[in-house]
Design a protein around this ligand. Sequence first.
Ligand code: CDP
Ligand code: CDP
Length: 224
Amino acid sequence: MYLMQVAIDGPASAGKSTVAKIVAKNLSFIYIDTGAMYRTCTLIARDNQVDYGDEAEILKLIDQSTISFKNKAGEQKVYLNDKDVSLAIRTPEITENVSQVSALAGVRQKMVELQREMAGKNNVIMDGRDIGTTVLPNADVKIFLIASVESRAKRRFLDFQEKGIHQDLKDIEHDIEVRDYKDSHREISPLKKAADAIELDTTNMSIDEVVAKITNLIEKNQKN
Ligand code: CDP
Ligand code: CDP
């Protein structure tokens, strides 16, 4: 049976995970949130009081841990060993430091290996920064989602507000800009549009419109 691979990359808060989750559910694909995996590596460093730049120590700890995804009441959760860390990986401290951990060569090597293994036996939709360029270079459909930094900050602000978390809009915008800069300028697998990816500017698009557009691209590329 032919297995389909869909790669969605783009800067922070462009809407990647929101639309990827909906498309995956509609088409019965598995969804892999690679950002959650780098966030979990950052949590591992934090919980063990290891410096975010200490590659050797972080790698040792990752080797002793299991990072996985599990479905709970229809929602995908991230697990570190047998603990649900879905909320713990979204704190400002993790968000602030994840770009440092994700720039470590050994961490990327391990995560890419794990991501390919997870994708191996299913139709998959995977989102991140280097999916189309590095993790799944032969993906059937590659999307590069972008949106203005103002609209991305506003979306994240509203998202936090809905969850009862207050964070200043300007701080969110600043975090997004700093993270995008770091992610785009690191040496290994920087955030970059793959040559054969389709760029989609979602600044003025609703979630439904983005979902419809991506679903259409997938259906057009489906091989039977
Ligand atoms: O959802 P949000 O835009 O805040 O980011 P995320 O997708 O959770 O990713 C968090 C961080 O992980 C990014 O800022 C990158 O530093 C890193 N990341 C990466 O390096 N490569 C990926 N494939 C996915 C995420
Ligand atoms: O995964 P990524 O960091 O790219 O973004 P996200 O977490 O999926 O989306 C950030 C926020 O933008 C979420 O609250 C979405 O509901 C919202 N969003 C939106 O308002 N309009 C879109 N076209 C896409 C996402």
